[in-house]
Design a protein around this ligand. Structure first.
Ligand code: HDE
Length: 756
């Protein structure tokens, strides 16, 4: 249907090219033809929205258009024009002295077109350059109103939002599925001005003081001589830094865990990281840590899957987010708050709340839900919205204030500053995506890219010429008033408090909270990354850090590095595990999960496929039909569109793979050769690409199975049919029910060597 619509649109555009009825303005030139669309496959079919997922209207409390609406205003009208609105009769050839003669400098259209193109790029973000974003809405539950006067958190208040997810280290064009921290930045266009919650998917940070930020980023970015490796932490400078700065141990451990390779942006937690301060209407304060809890649960890739995805589909997370929203499977997160009394020590149960390398376990301070975020619309233009959005932790609203976390202090400076070079001047708040949805009435004037036409003669206050306007607001009229917290009498020093020196008890808690299979992944990640380092001294120092977390972790990584395991130099802390940190052991909704169905070859195979495909849709999941070649599968009923071919289907795209009978044998020598290299299965008869699809999905802990003779194909792929998560049924419906149960747990964890 999408392609059909595209064809029609191209046809209509050609017809509409000339309102006067002619199809082309150039005499003697043939009328433009719609390009032929001969794609072998079709994109995913939209899921019908569930009743509770119907998209809330994106609206602005002030009635101003949202960023998306404004973007739609560009590129309008029937005729192609210059930037000055002059209509053009030709845009494909430069103005020349004769068709074989020199190009003339007087060609103002050529110069305008090329000059604009020359300046299309802006500097990418110095960190978090690679990202994807979406529009949505946030609804307050009202539960936070006891502790904050922030209007957007009040009961049933709906606020438009724009959320950008990102990786940290890679350039704009780098792969989505690299091992890295993910950004999770939310812009709330509230009725009291814009509030930005600029968080990450990992609740702690590498460093405790902003002055170290350039250092940690220089160490993580590619080496300055050859500019490699791209978007990786597996190199000497990164490990040099994090082993010389033991405060980085906790964040590094999270990165080496499954949290470093999320399955989807929709399946990530988000964290504000720092402790913030909430203020109620009476001025009473509470300390808070913000959390985003995904409705679909927290899920990750396995390492091999992430690596294959980097090559097969570097845009995997970006595509996944856009597809889900387009299909009506709107991603949702609950905003949660961990609150703590605002005592002079600013500690909770002995944990320093100003140290951003600390978490407070949820078992000690439960995360209380305060609102719901739903992403409902993809951006209309990547550059205008996703690239130009400018977040800043200093975009605060009444009811939310900062604390003295020294990392946050530096951020409050940095984000405003960086936009000036990235967005070319101080007026970036006028870019549609950055405009507040409240009236702006500032006295900031002029500067690069000034698009407002300010009126009045007295841009200063107080004034008598503009009637004293504008006036100041008070606490009763939503003015932002800083909490008058006392500042301790102290000497000016460059040093951290002694409480910032505990670098190992929190990482040890994280390690002890992991299930066996998660620990195995962590060991494999450290072993991989450190084996990619060249310097022996760095590996030895890393092992010493690991010894201070846990001797078993250290011992196993040491074995993988071929080095002796050192003894701890610190007393191992006595800490209770925090079960909430583990991603394994619970069940979650299967909405939007992708089920690959390989078409069978025999009689009745298409009918069986049709009914399972329908059941997958009814379960709120996305079926993708895989066949030897593109086109339609024909049988008695409606033809079924093939969405992936044996050449384009790869296991990483599917959460489960089902065989609707025995697939057609190998049909071309190229495909067979292509898959054979890494495949140990006996591929007699079956297409080796199907066998690779199955064996890879199996190896990655995914549900696999089928019906009507599928058993032999599974065996040929080297899959023991009695193994956990292998589903062989008489027919499709039985198999699918079992698959749904398996997908609710995300993966068949029992299949990994360590089990659950
Ligand atoms: Fe950032 N960070 N950061 N950061 N950060 C930026 O701002 C910075 C930190 C985070 O999607 C930059 O507009 C300093 C913690 C996200 O546009 C820059 C320090 C957390 C994004 C910057 C930190 C973050 C950024 C680059 C240490 C989690 C992407 C472009 C004091 C709580 C936002 C830009 C987007 C982006 C500085 C540490 C999250 C240079 C100095 C901690 C999600 O201003």
């Amino acid at each position: 249907p999408v392609q059909q619509a595209a064809k029609e649109a191209v046809g209509k555009a050609a017809d509409a090219a000339r309102p006067d009825g002619r199809t082309d303005g150039i005499p003697g030139r043939p009328a433009p033809q719609p390009p032929s669309v001969v794609e072998p496959t079709e994109p995913k079919e939209p899921l019908p929205p569930k009743p509770d997922q119907s998209g809330p209207e994106t609206f602005s409390p002030t009635g101003l258009p949202t960023g998306a609406d404004q973007a739609a205003m560009a590129q309008d009208g029937a005729y192609l024009t210059t930037a000055q609105g002059g209509r053009l009769y030709e845009s494909d050839h430069s103005l020349k002295a004769g068709s074989r003669g020199p190009v003339l400098l007087q060609d103002h259209h050529l110069r305008e077109k090329i000059t604009h193109f020359d300046h299309e790029r802006i500097p990418e973000r110095v960190v978090h350059a690679r990202g994807a974003a979406a529009h949505g809405v946030f609804r307050g539950y009202g539960t936070a109103s006891q502790v904050t006067k922030a209007a957007f958190l009040a009961k049933d208040v709906e606020t438009p939002v724009f959320v950008r997810f990102s990786t940290v280290l890679g350039s704009r064009g780098s792969a989505d599925t690299v091992r890295d921290t993910r950004g999770f930045a939310t812009k709330f266009y509230t009725s009291e001005g814009t509030f930005d919650l600029v968080g990450n998917n990992i609740p702690v940070f590498f460093i405790q003081d902003a002055i170290k930020f350039p250092d940690v980023i220089h160490a993580g970015k590619p080496h300055p001589d050859r500019e490699i490796p791209q978007a990786q932490s597996a190199h000497d400078t990164f490990w040099d830094f994090v082993t010389l700065h033991t405060e980085a141990t906790h964040h590094t451990l999270w990165n080496m865990s499954d949290r470093g390779i999320p399955r989807s942006f929709r399946m990530m937690e988000g964290f504000g990281v720092h402790t913030f301060r909430l203020v109620d209407a009476e001025g009473a304060t509470t300390l808070v840590k913000f959390h985003w809890k995904p409705k679909l649960g927290v899920h990750s890739m396995v390492w091999e899957e992430a690596q294959i995805t980097g090559g097969m589909d570097p845009d995997f997370h970006r595509r996944d987010l856009a597809d889900a929203i387009e299909a009506g499977a709107y991603p949702q997160w609950e905003l949660g708050a961990q609150t703590f009394p605002d005592t002079p020590e600013q500690t909770f149960e002995g944990i320093d709340l100003l140290d951003p390398t600390n978490i407070v376990p949820e078992e000690l301070a439960p995360v209380q839900p305060v609102g719901l975020l739903t992403l409902t619309a993809n951006p209309s233009n990547f550059f205008a919205e996703t690239e130009q959005v400018a977040f800043h932790p200093g975009h605060l609203v009444p009811g939310i204030d900062i604390t003295d976390d020294p990392l946050l202090a530096g951020r409050l400076f940095s984000y405003l500053d960086t936009q000036i070079s990235r967005l070319g001047g101080p007026n970036f708040a006028q870019i549609p995506i950055n405009r507040p949805h409240t009236p702006v009435n500032d006295m900031l004037r002029d500067g690069m890219h000034q698009t407002a036409v300010h009126r009045g003669t007295a841009p200063y206050r107080p004034n008598s010429l503009d009637g004293g306007c504008p006036f100041l607001a008070g606490a009763d009229t939503s003015a932002y008033i800083e909490v008058p917290v006392p500042v301790p009498a102290a000497e000016k020093v460059r040093k951290a408090p002694a409480s910032f020196e505990d670098h190992f008890s929190q990482p040890r808690r994280f390690w002890l909270s992991m299930s066996p299979v998660e620990r195995e992944h962590i060991i494999a990640a450290y072993t991989f990354e450190l084996n990619k380092c060249y310097e022996q001294a760095i590996k030895e120092r890393a092992l010493q850090v690991l010894a201070n977390i846990d001797p078993d972790l250290c011992g196993q990584v040491a074995t993988g590095l071929g080095l002796p395991a050192p003894k701890p130099t610190e007393t191992l802390a006595e800490v209770d595990p925090s079960p909430a940190l583990s991603q394994v052991g619970r069940t979650w909704p299967v909405d939007g999960r992708i089920v690959g169905i390989v078409a069978g070859d025999g009689d009745g195979a298409v009918d069986g496929l049709r009914s399972v495909r329908q059941s997958v849709l009814e379960a709120g999941m996305v079926p993708l039909v895989i066949a030897p070649a593109g086109g339609k599968l024909d049988a008695d009923g409606e033809p079924i569109t093939v969405q992936r071919t044996f050449a384009t289907a790869r296991s990483i795209e599917f959460d489960a793979v089902l065989l609707a009978g025995v697939p057609a044998p190998a049909d071309d020598a190229y495909g067979a050769r292509d898959a054979k290299a890494g495949d140990t299965a006996d591929s007699e008869g079956a297409d080796p690409r199907v066998l690779r699809l199955l064996s890879e999905a199996y190896r990655h802990g995914k549900a696999v199975g089928g019906w009507a003779g599928a058993e032999d194909v599974l065996l040929a792929a080297g899959i023991p049919v009695q193994a956990p998560g292998v589903v062989v049924g008489e027919d499709g419906s039985g198999a699918l029910q079992q698959v749904i149960g398996l997908l609710a747990k995300h993966r068949v964890w029992e299949r990994f060597p360590a089990g659950v």
